[in-house]
Write a protein that binds this ligand. Structure first.
Ligand code: PEP
Length: 255
């Protein structure tokens, strides 16, 4: 089974939650709880928590990620953060194209592509999010939507760079709603993403690609989702804010 060859990655997306002091308190609970993880553990924190996250995670098995990155190297982009800034701050991972960025901040596949290229060029690992809206699923165009997103988001990225790419399949209707895709629905789309990547890069790259599922993943549904052949980990929102839930999810991915 190729699944065994792929790195299982469980990434928490803290979204706009936790001040620096609250983040420190969460790490105090999280660090001992995940220290024996058999998978990669990432926490993607708000920019203002990066310093405390890097300090707390030094010498532990928890990696620090950000939730966005700008595509230009520097310049007149008020409020933005560059990939070099993240790297120098000690960040290793960055979420790109989360549906909340697409929905509320005008992200498009074209900007997702530019951000992904900038992140990879700076040496970051990119967690690129794709996912269909409820209306798109109901119209029966999920695969078309996902295929288009994957192709545009990865445009111009080399096979070598794909070693630093993770794709997170996050059906928009399942994010923060309590509605989870069934394991069969999630597996169908994650398998399709792997097919699209195989078409672009060949089967060796596709077989080695970590694909996460995200959307109301919680301890009660994680085992079933993570048992699927094409689901190699999770991108976790709400449940990543509680050390007990997140460590239970990490344990599921470690089995
Ligand atoms: C997310 O933010 O990427 C996410 C999947 O959120 P939740 O787990 O809360 O649905």
């Amino acid at each position: 089974m190729n699944k065994k060859l792929r790195a299982a990655v469980m990434a928490g997306n803290w979204k706009m939650n936790k001040t620096a002091s609250e983040a420190a308190a969460l790490y105090d609970e999280l660090i001992p709880a995940v220290k024996d993880a058999g998978c990669t553990v990432v926490t993607c924190v708000p920019f203002t928590d990066i310093a405390v996250a890097v300090e707390k995670c030094r010498g532990t098995n928890i990696k620090v990620g950000a939730q966005n990155v700008h595509f230009e190297k520097s310049g007149a982009f008020t409020g933005e953060i560059s990939a070099d800034m993240l790297v120098e701050a000690g960040v290793e991972y960055v979420i790109i194209g989360h549906s909340e960025r697409r929905q509320y901040f005008g992200e498009t596949d074209e900007t997702v592509n530019k951000r992904t290229i900038a992140a990879l060029n700076a040496g970051l690992k990119a967690i690129v999010c794709v996912g269909e809206l409820l209306e798109e699923r109901e119209l029966g165009i999920t695969k078309e939507v996902i295929g288009r997103q994957v192709k545009i988001d990865l445009f111009g990225i080399s096979a070598e760079q794909m070693k630093n790419v993770i794709i997170a399949y996050e059906p928009v209707w399942a994010i923060g709603t309590g509605k989870t895709a069934t394991a069969a629905q999630a597996e169908e789309v994650c398998g399709y993403i792997r097919e699209v990547v195989a078409g672009l890069y060949g089967s060796a790259v596709a077989d080695g690609l970590t694909i996460q599922y995200g959307g109301s993943m919680k301890p009660a549904n994680a085992d079933e989702l993570l048992a699927m052949e094409n689901i190699d980990g999770g991108l976790i929102g709400g449940a990543a804010l509680k050390a007990g839930d997140f460590s239970a999810l990490v344990e599921s991915a470690s089995r």
